[in-house]
Design a protein around this ligand. Structure first.
Ligand code: NDP
Length: 255
């Protein structure tokens, strides 16, 4: 047994841990906040624009809605400070905030590239750096990054998004190696097609093509992703780190 295993703070009974879910106002983030709240954690529901939805979710689980735009370094710092003041230091961080700005590579603008990298990859870096300091001191932490099957397979029209999601794998594994000795785990879930506002934006034809290569032959639900994230955030997942966990109905088998 490592010496750290004995040093880790155990789960405070009935009180849960302090969790922050970025992009908690949307599909997968919302479902994750609810799953963590139902698991007894005190959850901060991060949002960029959709305050109403974040407040509604927070009310459901007796949590806290927090404005936190991950593409803005000052907003990340302010958001974390707000959570620390209201709930305490963040022990569970779910880097879920994400956007798409699709376009074929020859026509992709610098703004499309930068915006997607800034939110989907830089945002996770900033939040992890901010949370990591207190996790190290407490010798406990759970970080889960929300990647995508596309981070391994690529997708036409999504060079920016795939690059960001592939980058998250490197971030995850590096952080996992750096922080393991302090009881902090860092893992990545890689969802396949999930029914949320993000996929609502796709045409019927494109959705049909995507679902056609999913062995289950259907899209996943946000709750199906949230359950896996909640497990990785739990004390039960204490020996899992640096893992890339597909939640994709079998779509990425072999990658
Ligand atoms: P939604 O569009 O439903 O939700 C996206 C969420 O991200 C919203 O809460 C939005 O907040 C938030 N967000 C966007 N930009 C920022 C920002 N700069 N700072 C903070 N929050 C931000 O999408 P999903 O729930 O589907 O996506 C969640 C994650 O899952 C993303 O990382 C996505 O890439 C990933 N994913 C999704 C898949 C799918 O098929 N749906 C497949 C694979 C991965 P607000 O509304 O308040 O602006």
């Amino acid at each position: 047994m490592s010496e750290q295993a004995g040093d880790q703070a155990s789960d405070p009974p009935g009180n849960g841990r302090v969790a922050l879910v970025t992009g908690g106002s949307g599909g997968i983030g919302r479902a994750t906040a609810v799953a963590l709240g139902q698991g007894g954690h005190r959850v901060a529901v991060g949002y960029r624009r959709d305050r109403e939805s974040a407040e509604k979710t927070a009310a459901e689980i007796d949590g806290l809605a927090v404005e936190l735009d991950v593409s803005d370094p000052d907003a990340v710092d302010a958001g974390f400070t707000r959570v620390e003041e209201a709930l305490g230091p963040v022990e569970i961080l779910v880097n879920n905030a994400g956007i798409t700005a699709d376009g074929l590579i020859l026509r992709m603008t610098d703004d499309q590239w930068r915006d997607v990298l800034s939110t989907n990859l830089d945002g996770a870096f900033r939040s992890t750096r901010r949370a990591g300091a207190t996790m190290l001191r407490r010798r406990f932490g759970r970080i889960v990054n929300v990647g995508s099957v596309v981070g391994s397979t690529g997708a036409p029209g999504q060079a920016n998004y795939a690059a960001a999601k592939a980058g998250l794998i490197g971030l995850t594994r590096s952080v996992a190696r750096e922080l393991a000795s302090r009881g902090v785990t860092c893992n990545l879930v890689a969802p396949g097609p999930i029914a949320t506002a993000m996929t609502d934006a796709l045409s019927e034809k494109r959705l049909g093509e995507i679902v056609g290569v999913v062995p289950f032959g259907r899209m996943g639900t946000a709750e199906e992703v949230a359950e896996v994230i909640a497990f990785l955030c739990s004390d039960a997942a204490s020996y899992v780190t640096g893992a890339v966990v597909p939640v994709d109905g079998g779509m990425s088998m072999g990658h």
